[in-house]
Every structure is written in structure tokens, then in C-alpha cells.
Design a protein around this ligand. Structure first.
Ligand SMILES: Cc1cc2nc3c(=O)[nH]c(=O)nc-3n(C[C@H](O)[C@H](O)[C@H](O)COP(=O)(O)OP(=O)(O)OC[C@H]3O[C@@H](n4cnc5c(N)ncnc54)[C@H](O)[C@@H]3O)c2cc1C
Length: 447
């Protein structure tokens, strides 16, 4: 069997890798000049860094397993995370139950309610009962108005914009459930997060190397697919930008669902509606290499409507700054409506909006601390998971035989992440093999 794979993000790469391991041929097409998709990296101070901040949780066993399988397990490190909250002009630690008890912006009774509700959610396994209630409603009802106003409301508004009160509680259940599972026992309840020394680009490179080294795989970067060829009622191949036609026995698309809808207009309207029905937030990451630290917190949530970004992620409070030429690396993170004016701005213009607020976080901050800075924009970065979302998810097996889809908006109820994208890539590869692939005899498996 020869499979056409569209998209060289982690889902497409994982699908392609499992297919060649099973002895099938793969032709992978990635529109951009590099592999990795949203896990793309760039150079900082002689080291490598993600354009969009990335870490993994201890529950992300698929990505950790793949890194191990690729022989890179010794580069995956686990560190205590330090999460904080900026509220009312002050920084608060926000990791342990004790930190929550000390979080004075909330009435004491709501601090206790929030702690108890989080423990309750951690123990709940049946998340289906949270599918028809919004997170906003559940939090107000069970954690209290104080918890909503000081913590959850700003977090939800920051990540989901105007759709903050439509978000499904099933999504929040999963977020809390999984994050608690990333904690070590005992009263300290410290959270451990995982990262690859040298960046997650290291495992992407190794996957790419293995694909390119295989006689079964053809990896094409800088080549966009224009259309999926459907003939005699099934997927037969790909039409590339430039007009070249590639014959395949099956096609796997690992790309944003909205873009996929344009590539496969033959799909029936009810499936097409599922592809374009999900709303998305875009990501905007402004990154600074600083000569001095901004804070001593890794992940600082901002709960202040006047500050125009939602988190300051100080990567070098998680991973040593020696890996980045001694610089302190800070992401100022935002999720925005796709038409938000910030997404149109160049870096100088955005700095005029952002930088004056940094003295609220560290009164000593001065723009001359900035040695270098970068700006990255990512459309289709965060699907908005509303109530009743399950019914809106397009199936991996599309209604066109031989055409499969693995895309971030199919991840549910978990928050999207590399772990689940890899899992989906592997799942659609297995579906294609099940439907069309009789493994050719005598073909050695590739490692
Ligand atoms: C701001 C941000 C922070 C994140 N933080 C984390 C984190 O901390 N931990 C974590 O695990 N995950 C995190 N994620 C999520 C993680 O990055 C994604 O789950 C994962 O990278 C998605 O992989 P994918 O292959 O499904 O899609 P993508 O990475 O979007 O890849 C799709 C690929 O398809 C290509 N493509 C599109 N159209 C075409 C075409 N016509 N022809 C050919 N190719 C095409 C694109 O160029 C792209 O490379 C984060 C994401 C963002 C945006």
C-alpha cells in the first residue's frame, strides 16, 4: 500500500513512521520548508527553542514513549514546575494546596471550596456528565463566585476570548484531572513537567531522519497539497500545488480541519460542516531573550484586564539558561480571535502595546534588558470546545473511502497536545492499514 500523508506536524510524522514500520510506502507532503508544524523551533543563544512554549505532563505517555523508542529518552528531563498568578498588582505562587490557601484575592471559604472541588474532579472518572454544562456555570456553582472572579474567569477569558462562557466543563475536567495526575504525592503536591534538553525539535529531527533514510518513505517539505483526488468513489491520490499528481492507495490528512475542507470538497455537506463548525483561537507568542530575569516563576498567569497578554512563560525558570547562551527566555503569550488587530501587527508595534506593562510584573524591568526578540503567529492554535462538542467531531474515517483525518479539533475531552496528536496519527495509520493494507510479504520493517 502507498499512503499519501498531508502535513509534516507530529501527527503526520507519527502516521508516516508507523506506516513504514509496518512495511507500507509513504509520500509525505509538508507545505512549509520545515517539519514539526506547531512544534517548530528556532535558534537562541546557540540553543534551540520552540516558537510556541511546550512542555509535557507525566500523563503524556505516548510522546514520552516515542521519544524513548527513538533512543532519546536520556534527553527527556522532568522538573518541578513553578506556577504563579498575577492579580491586583501582586505575584502569588500557585502550585500547592498551601499556595491556594494563601491566595488572598479570594474569600477564604472559596479557597477551601476550590481546593475541595479540584480534589473531587481529580477523583471523577466519568466525564460524560460534564459534557452538557459550561465550565463557567460549574465553577460558579461548585467553587464559588470568588474562585470564578479571581481565577477561572480571567483564565477562561484569556484563552477563549468572547467564547469563555461557552466552554464545556468536560474540557476543564480533563485539564484539572490530568494536571493533578502530574503531581507527586504528599502534602507538597508538586507538579512535574517534562521537556527535552535541546528542545522537542530533537525528536522531530530524529523522526525526519528515519523517514528520509527509509526506502519506503518520500518526504517533501515546501510542497503544499492542493487537492485530494477522489475517483470512482474513493481517494486515489494527491494533486500538488504546481499541478503534479501523486497516485496513492489511501490518503491521511494531518492538518487543520478548516484547511482540509478546502482540499476535499467532495466530502458530503454534513461531514464538511463538522470540519468547519469548530471555532478557533489563534496563538501569538512574543519572545524575549533578556539579560536579567523577569521573575522566578515559570508559568505566570495574568489576571488583569489591563494587561494585553495572558501569561508570561519564563522558560529559563524551568530549563537552565546555560542552554540559551545565558539569556533569560520569556514568552508573552496570547490566544486571540482570528480577527484580533494584534495578529496584524509587526513586532515593534506589538512591543508598544506589551512592554509598558512589564514593570507591573517587575518594577525594575527596562526595555534595554532585551537582547533579542521574536514574534510567532499560529492560526488554528486552540479549538473552542463547547458543550455538546462530541457530536460535532468529524470521524477519523471520512465518508470518502480511503481518506482519513487526524486533526487537533478531534482531541476531546483532553486539551490538545503533542501526545494526543501523535496518538491520532498512529490511530489513522492503523485504520488505513486495516482498510487497505495487506502488508507486502518479505518487506523488512524499518526502524
Ligand atoms: C501556543 C501553543 C502552545 C502549545 N503548548 C503545548 C505544550 O505545552 N505541550 C504539548 O504537548 N502541546 C502543546 N501544543 C499543542 C501541539 O503543538 C499540537 O498538539 C501539535 O503540534 C499538533 O500537531 P499536528 O501535527 O496535529 O498539527 P500541526 O502542527 O498544525 O501540523 C499540521 C501541518 O500541516 C501542514 N499543512 C497545512 N496545510 C497543508 C497543505 N495544504 N499541504 C501540505 N501541508 C500542509 C502545516 O504546514 C503543518 O506543518 C501547543 C500549541 C500551541 C499553538
Amino acid at each position: 500500500m502507498k499512503v499519501g500523508v498531508i502535513g509534516g506536524g507530529v501527527a503526520g510524522m507519527a502516521a508516516a513512521y508507523r506506516l513504514i514500520q509496518a512495511g507500507h510506502k509513504v509520500a509525505l507532503y509538508e507545505a512549509s520548508p520545515f517539519m514539526g508544524g506547531l512544534v517548530r523551533t528556532f535558534e537562541v543563544g546557540g540553543g534551540r527553542l520552540e516558537s510556541f512554549y511546550h512542555h509535557i505532563f507525566s500523563t503524556d505517555t505516548t510522546v514520552a514513549g516515542l521519544i524513548e523508542e527513538l533512543g532519546l529518552g536520556d534527553q527527556l528531563v522532568w522538573r518541578d514546575s513553578r506556577v504563579g498568578f498575577y492579580h491586583g498588582g501582586k505575584l502569588y505562587d500557585f502550585v500547592t494546596p498551601l499556595d491556594l490557601l494563601r491566595f488572598t484575592p479570594m474569600p477564604l471559604v472559596d479557597r477551601i471550596r476550590m481546593g475541595l472541588a479540584a480534589v473531587y474532579l481529580r477523583r471523577q472518572r466519568d466525564w460524560h456528565r460534564y459534557e452538557s454544562i459550561t465550565a463557567a456555570e460549574w465553577i460558579r456553582r461548585y467553587m464559588g463566585k470568588g474562585a470564578y472572579d479571581a481565577v477561572w474567569g480571567p483564565l477562561l477569558r484569556g484563552k477563549f476570548g468572547d467564547a469563555y462562557d461557552e466552554l464545556s466543563m468536560a474540557w476543564l475536567w480533563s485539564k484539572i484531572h490530568l494536571r493533578f495526575s502530574s503531581r507527586k504525592g504528599g502534602p507538597a503536591q508538586k507538579e512535574q513537567l517534562g521537556y527535552m534538553l535541546g528542545s522537542f525539535g530533537v525528536y522531530i529531527d530524529e523522526l525526519e531522519r528515519r523517514l528520509r533514510a527509509s526506502e519506503l518513505a518520500e518526504v517533501n517539505t515546501g510542497r503544499a497539497v492542493r487537492e485530494v483526488i477522489v475517483e470512482e468513489g474513493r481517494a486515489r491520490g494527491l494533486l500538488l500545488d504546481g499541478g503534479e499528481r501523486v497516485e496513492c492507495d489511501a490518503v491521511i490528512a494531518c492538518m487543520p480541519a478548516h484547511v482540509f475542507a478546502k482540499l476535499a470538497p467532495q466530502l458530503p455537506p454534513d461531514y464538511g460542516e463538522k470540519l468547519t463548525g469548530t471555532r478557533w483561537q489563534s496563538a501569538l507568542c512574543y519572545i524575549m531573550a533578556l539579560k536579567r530575569p523577569l521573575t522566578d516563576i515559570y508559568w505566570l498567569n495574568i489576571s488583569d484586564d489591563e494587561i494585553p497578554f495572558i501569561a508570561a512563560v519564563e522558560h529559563t525558570n524551568f530549563i537552565e539558561r546555560e542552554h540559551y547562551g545565558g539569556y533569560h527566555i520569556v514568552y508573552l503569550a496570547n490566544y486571540l480571535h482570528p480577527e484580533h488587530p494584534f495578529l496584524e501587527m509587526e513586532i515593534d508595534e506589538l512591543e508598544r502595546e506589551y512592554l509598558p506593562h512589564l514593570t507591573k510584573i517587575n518594577p525594575e524591568f527596562s526595555p534595554d534588558w532585551i537582547a533579542e526578540r521574536w514574534l510567532f503567529k499560529g492560526p488554528y492554535a486552540q479549538p473552542i470546545v463547547t458543550t455538546g462538542y462530541r457530536d460535532k467531531i468529524p470521524e477519523h474515517r471520512t465518508p470518502v473511502p480511503g481518506l482519513y483525518l487526524a486533526t487537533m479539533s478531534q482531541i476531546y475531552p483532553e486539551d490538545r497536545g503533542q501526545n494526543y496528536s501523535i496518538e491520532m496519527g498512529e490511530r489513522v495509520a492503523a485504520l488505513a492499514v486495516e482498510d487497505f493494507g495487506q502488508p507486502p510479504s518479505g518487506t523488512p520493517a524499518t526502524t
